[in-house]
Design a protein. Structure first.
Length: 491
């Protein structure tokens, strides 16, 4: 319970937050969790770099102050904004050479990482640490700093050196991205020499940003219980499994939620036709719209497979490509929205050219299309090789688009396989396969299609998925408990 004495004042540090800037699920979490926490009584501020795209957008942004700070090259400009329509304040950290450039926060126009990412995010971490100590004179001092992913992971290491520092929680959204840089970068960043050790930021001779969070945070969590277990194994620990096992007493999993104000088929302004569990027939209008968008034949009875994804190895994209070779004689249509690895772009485009009656491909990033795919597809395929949580399977369920997923990470925690039993007792919410292989994916899609052809059972399944509760409130309560435990403990 929150009392006057233990009220969490949370500085939520992140490198992306919807609707200000988004490349993936981290932005969705950072755009929604702080609001849910505020609703539970926490005092929350979000801190985010002031990227060029944010400054040049038409969002309402206020200049707070400009400063030169010890140990920080150049001038820092602090702005304030709000998370969407909420009253949660966002502090934007502006810096001409580090953040003012336009485009993707992490990648240049060619898709290569910006060569100065270590300097940029080390600078961001220094500013977060100063804000956490109220050394930016913003007149607010948190008692918890909640860091997310490697871009903010140096903060716990920096704060460890200060006795009056707040408590630190580090959330792993994806252990595959660690922020690894050469030793020379460590030297150039001016970090305390004692941090260069295998009990510190050093990882096999390289500087590891993520180790800052894993070694020095008071608590660590990840975005599903299953992934919290998986990262303690050599298969998914990337060499960090020993450290994670060592810290297992302070490591937990909290599954992500979904923001019902953005992802709700009843009210979503980005889809062609709104619908609810009571007006499922209207969902078909969205399928027709999708067929038109993708220039696929307007077949009412086609089984529509959707996919919205970063096109990277994690997502099992190679499996999808191979699977698509097998759909020629089936009444399936497939539509993809994605961007990522250019070799995947080429393969999808040539696949769509070869089979335009069944395969529609849009390479790029587009919020509106993403919503339309969720609304218009019959199933949503996610054969991820690993998936810390995954949000698209949750959005799909909300839209009655049945997810077909590999049993891994958050997908395993959130989707219940449709068997005779789970269909009968009303708990089924999707189709789950246990091996990341094309035959397994194929079999799961075939199982889905067989049920699709039994409209009464299918509709029941669709309603189940739409009624599954993945609201942020439940997960935010778990974060709140974690903060309160951190504030109680002495270490
Ligand atoms: P990850 O963060 O690993 O990419 P998640 O499933 O957690 O995976 O979240 C992905 C988020 O990014 C979802 O909101 C999804 O709709 C969105 N997304 C991914 N690719 C695109 C795209 N090409 N266009 C629009 N939205 C996208
Ligand atoms: C990462 C993961 C994804 C998760 C998201 C938000 O990008 O890949 O599984 O849903 O973070 O936590």
């Amino acid at each position: 319970m929150i009392t006057k004495q233990n009220k969490p004042r949370v500085l939520f540090a992140t490198s992306e937050a919807h609707p200000l800037i988004k490349t993936g699920g981290l932005a969705d979490v950072s755009g929604a969790l702080p609001i849910a926490l505020q609703q539970l009584g926490c005092d929350v501020r979000v801190i985010l770099p002031a990227y060029g795209d944010i400054l040049e957008s038409n969002l309402s942004i206020k200049l707070l102050t400009e400063k030169y700070l010890p140990g920080v090259p150049g001038k820092i400009t602090l702005f304030s904004a709000h998370l969407g329509d909420s009253s949660v304040q966002v502090w934007l950290v502006g810096h001409a050479s580090a953040f003012a450039r336009r485009g993707n926060p992490y990648l240049d126009a060619q898709g290569d990482i910006w060569p100065d990412n270590a300097e940029r995010f080390a600078l961001f971490c220094k500013i977060i640490a100063l804000a956490a100590l109220d050394h930016l004179q913003l007149d607010w001092k948190p008692n918890v700093v909640h860091c997310n992913d490697w871009q903010t992971a140096l903060v716990p290491a920096l704060l460890k050196q200060t006795p009056e520092a707040p408590r630190c929680l580090f959330t792993i959204h994806n252990l595959a991205y660690q922020g690894l840089f050469p030793q020379a970068t460590f030297n150039a960043l001016g970090l305390t020499a004692e941090l260069w050790s295998s009990e510190g930021l050093e990882f096999h001779g390289q500087l590891s940003f993520i180790k800052g969070g894993l070694v020095f945070a008071d608590r660590i969590n990840t975005v599903s219980t299953q992934y919290a277990k998986e990262i303690q194994t050599p298969e998914m620990g990337y060499g960090l499994e020993g450290l994670l096992r060592y810290r297992r007493k302070v490591l937990s999993g909290i599954v992500n939620g979904i923001d019902d104000t953005i992802w709700n088929p009843k009210t979503d302004p980005l889809i062609i036709q709104n619908y609810t569990t009571n007006s499922l027939a209207k969902k078909k209008v969205n399928k027709a719209a999708l067929q038109e968008m993708y220039r696929l034949p307007a077949k009412k009875d086609a089984f529509m497979l959707g996919c919205v994804s970063r096109l990277v190895e994690q997502k099992g994209i190679d499996l999808i490509l191979e699977f698509l070779e097998t759909i020629k004689d089936k009444p399936f249509q497939f539509c993809l929205l994605g961007a990522g690895d250019p070799s995947f772009h080429k393969k999808f485009i040539s696949m769509a050219k070869k089979n335009p009656a069944q395969i529609g491909v849009i390479i790029g990033y587009d919020e509106k299309f993403a919503h339309q795919i969720e609304a218009g597809s019959d199933i949503f395929i996610m054969p991820s090789r690993f998936e810390p949580c995954g949000l698209n399977q949750l959005y799909s369920m909300r839209y009655g688009t049945v997810p077909v997923v590999h049993h891994v990470g958050g997908l395993a925690d959130t989707v219940i396989d449709a068997t005779d039993m789970t269909i009968a007792d009303g708990t089924a919410t999707g189709f789950v396969f246990t091996q990341p292989t094309v035959p397994a994916l194929n079999q799961a899609v075939t199982r889905a299609h067989l049920l699709f052809r039994k409209p009464r059972i299918w509709q029941k399944l669709v309603r189940n998925t739409m009624n599954a509760d993945f609201s942020w409130q439940k997960s935010a309560e778990k974060y709140l408990d974690l903060y309160l435990t951190m504030l109680q403990s002495d270490s």
